[in-house]
Design a protein around this ligand. Structure first.
Ligand code: FES
Length: 111
């Protein structure tokens, strides 16, 4: 069963921007808000050389890595175009104005 973690409201994330979320024992996450108010969560590491995706530019449902400009699809974590690689995606949902992210599996096992 999925355990959900409340990380705040939509307004806590700038539109076409991101905020980072730290969960004990996990890699930092980047939670993105698109221009049409969709929310996505990825591990905050580019699949190329671990650039901080939370500092990238959100366009459509992708983010451009701030280091070498790879485009990463927010829904899948996949690099776009000729670039290859994938960043892990974390499940997110919005409920009553709150944003919830799925607790990573490793934590559930330890709980
Ligand atoms: S580290 Fe992201 S494009 Fe190179």
């Amino acid at each position: 069963m999925t355990t959900w973690i409340d990380i705040g409201t939509l307004d806590d994330i700038p539109q076409r921007g991101a905020r980072t979320v730290q969960i004990a024992g996990q890699k930092d996450l980047a939670v993105f808000r698109t221009g049409d108010d969709h929310v996505f969560a990825l591990v905050n590491e580019c699949p190329h050389k671990k650039g901080p995706l939370s500092q990238g530019i959100v366009h459509g449902h992708s983010v451009a890595c701030p280091l070498h400009n790879w485009n990463i699809a927010l829904r899948t974590g996949q690099a776009q175009g000729a670039d290859e690689g994938c960043t892990p995606v974390i499940e997110v949902r919005q409920e009553g104005g709150r944003i919830l992210i799925a607790q990573p599996d490793a934590m559930q096992a330890a709980a």
